[in-house]
Design a protein around this ligand. Sequence first.
Ligand code: SF4
Length: 298
Amino acid sequence: MDLEYKGTVYRPPVEANTMLLPVTEGCSHNRCRFCNMYKDVKFRMLSTDEIEAWLSEMYRVNGAYKDQIERIYLVGADPFAISASRLEVVIDLIRQYFSNIKTVTMYAAVRNIMSKTDAQLKRLHELGVNELYVGVESGLDDVLKYLNKGNTVDDVRRQCARLNSIGMRHMSLLMPGAAGKGRGEEHAIATAELINEIKPAMVLLTTMSVFPGTELDVDVKAGLFTPAGEKEILTEEKIFLERLNLPSTYFWAAHSLDSVRIAGFIGKSRPMMLARLQHAIDNIDEELFNKTFRRDHL
Ligand code: SF4
């Protein structure tokens, strides 16, 4: 079987060393106002034969090290959209090739968690699905609505509580700047409150960017949305970090779209991270920054 994957592969930067298995193409939602990652790709689940062909090829390349491979990342915008029964089939296939896998991780939208029963979540957790990257983005309902995320803050709260109740670790993807100019502090406070409540193992920040051709880009050009300046975004990030009561949560803000790249456990590294943010806030030349920092593509 010819192996062909349609579209670009996106995975969390922190999974750079993890083995990647394609299971879906595109995004089952594909309507977020700021996103152009999968606009040219129709959502589909790969067939069992296709997934097995990928596994066979991965085994050909990595089979000699199979006992050392304990983690696998399922590729796609939201592979957790796959039904629980189908995910069981995929995990069973994975273990036929890589029997030592202990963690199966992937992106999961809030609606993907909602669509599974508690019993299904527990079963998937037992099978090794024990870390999910959840696109939370914001702790403000009007922002989620504007972004067209397809869920509310309360949905995030409830679904993450379900993951916590079964011990499934989750990581929150967040978007500083998403509330626009003049609302950075409000966004930081509301998002920190939500994050303190849902207790993710990690928060990953990717600063809002206006990618060409998105609905957000159209709104910006029409004057309907004004992006925050860099000083406001960094101040938002600082207020957000100051307010987190989660010492063992890992804070990661080192995406290529983040201007100040910092990472560390909150309990240990917060003073260092706050100092770096404050230094940038005190010294940034926004005019020069806007001329030199590219934020129009991933
Ligand atoms: S941000 Fe995620 S959920 Fe939204 S359209 Fe893009 S890939 Fe899909």
